[in-house]
Design a protein around this ligand. Structure first.
Ligand SMILES: Cc1cc2nc3c(=O)[nH]c(=O)nc-3n(C[C@H](O)[C@H](O)[C@H](O)COP(=O)(O)OP(=O)(O)OC[C@H]3O[C@@H](n4cnc5c(N)ncnc54)[C@H](O)[C@@H]3O)c2cc1C
Length: 404
């Protein structure tokens, strides 16, 4: 089996993240799955600890806020293992513990990744250190994010936002919401920009919280933006509508965030495989790597097939993050990683429930929970189908208008 060693400088980070997953996440995993919408207060202290780790580190951190697209390729062929890779490694370990709790970690939202990826130094100064959620999806705009209808109108020194945002992860608990809105709906995707809205802005009204199949520890909020005023400086990136890079720039955030969601899926997949292996061993089914898969019991053969998928998903995820660290265009690899890891997570977590039978289905085990948690990783940050579409466009050299 191909396997890569974790770079030496990231080993302490990965082992600390694993310790957190083992000692903090796993013991409260079931509690917050059952107590949907209850805030996991145990995470407050942990979040401060992670902040401390990030501040004291020159290699990036374990959390989503650590990612920042490197603007340069060293050009001398030198390999950088930077904050994207360290974040992915940290997330894999934490999600091996519990993905819903990772999504509930203060200051580690996908909005934080968006800010870290594209904010100016001034904006980083102003908004860094706060918990930020990401609000793209609307009732009429899910997969097709270019169809968003929320508008942002410039009025003096402020933008006025109006519209509706749904399915905002951590929307209720975060301090900031990164809202995508159009400066001019008649100008299409080039006019779509992202704006940082403070959670306590009176124009941002919480409509409801969703009840969900999985990741029940994580809150998912729907909002109405009604004459929501934000300062001009709250616009992330360029305000230029004619700038063809505008929407592309916003979409580039995904090149950093999709490997993170893929990493979540890799973590849940590994958790499922490890537990299934233990339960199989308890039932007397041992895996022998020296023998061909098909000459072993059917359960072993199935397990090895799932393990191979897991390895492929993991390697694609590491590759996508490494490319981001090295300033290499990684849209293709980020989508491949997200597609492969999302699908693998769903297949493997359910496959492990299947292999373990009643033990896998009961609430005594976390396997059934992981099978429920898995599906969202194949949906948000771009569904399986949308990732495959992006991959096809890239490989065939087609635009989004030509292949949809
Ligand atoms: C728990 C949860 C948390 C979320 N968190 C966030 C968040 O923090 N921020 C945020 O902005 N959004 C969030 N979302 C929204 C999520 O990103 C969207 O649900 C997702 O993008 C899909 O959009 P949709 O639900 O409108 O489905 P649709 O776009 O309506 O798609 C429905 C189905 O059709 C398929 N499909 C659509 N277009 C095509 C096509 N061209 N070709 C082939 N198949 C296609 C899709 O893959 C999907 O299977 C969250 C969703 C959930 C459930």
């Amino acid at each position: 089996m191909i396997n890569l060693e974790i770079p030496k400088k990231f080993q302490p980070l990965a082992s600390q993240a694993n310790q957190v997953a083992t000692e903090v996440f796993r013991p409260i995993s079931r509690k917050y799955d059952e107590a949907e919408h209850a805030y996991p207060k145990e995470l407050d202290m942990l979040a401060s600890l992670i902040d401390g780790m990030n501040e004291g580190s020159d290699i990036g951190g374990a959390g989503a806020a650590g990612v920042r697209r490197e603007s340069r390729d060293d050009g001398d062929g030198a390999n950088r293992n930077g904050s994207n890779l360290s974040t992915v490694l940290g997330i894999i370990e934490l999600c091996w513990g519990d993905v819903g709790l990772l999504l509930s970690m203060p200051r580690q939202g996908l909005g934080n990744s968006a800010i870290a990826s594209v904010a100016t130094e001034e904006q980083l100064e102003r908004y860094g250190g706060k918990w930020a959620a990401m609000a793209i999806t609307e009732p009429e705009a899910g997969s097709d994010s270019a169809a968003i209808r929320t508008t942002a109108r410039l009025d003096g020194d402020e933008y006025v936002l109006n519209g509706e945002k749904i399915f905002v992860t951590s929307g209720d608990r975060a301090e900031l919401i990164v809202v995508w809105a159009s400066l001019d709906p008649s100008k299409g995707r080039a006019a779509i920009k992202s704006f940082i809205v403070e959670r306590d802005n009176p124009g941002l009204k919480l409509d409801r919280l969703e009840h969900k199949l999985g990741i029940r520890a994580s809150d998912t909020a729907n909002f109405i933006l009604q004459d929501c005023r934000v300062p001009k400086e709250a616009l992330l990136g360029s305000s230029e509508v004619e700038d063809k890079q505008g929407f592309g720039g916003a979409m580039q955030t995904f090149d950093n965030t999709r490997p993170l969601v893929a990493a979540m899926a890799v973590g849940v997949t590994r958790a499922s495989l490890e537990r299934a292996r233990e339960l199989l061993a308890e039932a007397g089914v041992e895996i022998d790597y020296a023998l061909p898969a098909l000459s072993q019991p059917a359960a072993v053969s199935r397990f090895l097939e799932m393990e191979a998928d897991f390895e492929a998903a993991r390697l694609l995820t590491l590759q996508a993050a490494w490319m981001a660290d090295n300033g290499k265009p990684n849209s293709l690899q980020a989508s491949m990683a997200k597609a492969k890891a999302g699908r693998t997570c769903v297949d493997v977590s359910l496959g492990c429930v299947e292999l373990c039978g009643a033990a896998g289905y009961g609430e005594d085990e976390l396997l059934e929970k992981w099978a429920r948690d898995a599906k969202i990783l194949d949906i948000f940050e771009g569904t399986q189908q949308i990732q495959l579409l992006i991959v096809a466009r890239q490989l065939l050299g087609k635009s989004s208008a030509e292949l949809r």
